[in-house]
Design a protein around this ligand. Sequence first.
Ligand SMILES: [Zn+2]
Length: 274
Amino acid sequence: MVERRKKRGLLLLGGLLLLGVLVLFGSSLIDRYSGVPVLNYHGIEDHEHNPLMLGVADFDRQMAYLAQEGYHSITPKQLLAHLEQGAELPSKPILITFDDGYRNNYDNAYPILKKYGLTATIFLVTDTVGTNDWYLNWQQVEEMRKAGFVFGSHTLNHVPLNDLSQDEIRFQLTKSKEGMQWKLDVPIDYFAYPTGAYNETVGELVREAGYKAAFTIDFGRVKVGDNPYALDRIPILKTKSPFYHFYTRLNFTTLMGKAKLAKEWVLGPSTLTL
Ligand SMILES: [Zn+2]
């Protein structure tokens, strides 16, 4: 009798475990067919001991994968039209973004993206543009813009907005936008939060400043119904196995998001400055 009960208990436990695994993997498999992935890169540079600086060959392999798999790079405008008016997107849409505006985006990433017929959106820290060799200059920005790249603001000097007064936030948002519009003579409609820091007030100020959407570094895909001022992305970092990191984050976003949360719960939040 006791034995039978034990057996039944074990079966139940096994069943529950199996169900849990199925729910987790099922939700991840659905990822492949739901939501738009917005990849977030920073620099593409060899020999830098920094998880934000992905090696050139590693980036090439990731873009080759996107091209082979039939992904189509889209613009934030296309993404927003899809979210707000249900506009149709090309098959396998993907938005590729870079934060901070490093010069290596032009030197290293741009030729690779061109090779595979992909474009990207770059968020600039406007005070740094053309001020030192580590960052893009306006000629490089203009050349890429003419090739279909989109530029957005990442503030004047990369200050986390949550730390500022409302007036200071407004100043960062409007001055960076106006500066870019004056230099490039096109509307600047998109914003990315430095270090990913935002809250409801910050999001509202971004909207008031005239931006149409803003990107966080919260892990996930963009889905219809999301707040356009808090759009999730998928940060891609340099790790010991960069392709595996990229592949799993792209194809199993939900599962990887859960794994990341669990890791942070155990080890504490990451201290990376994005
Ligand atoms: Zn940044």
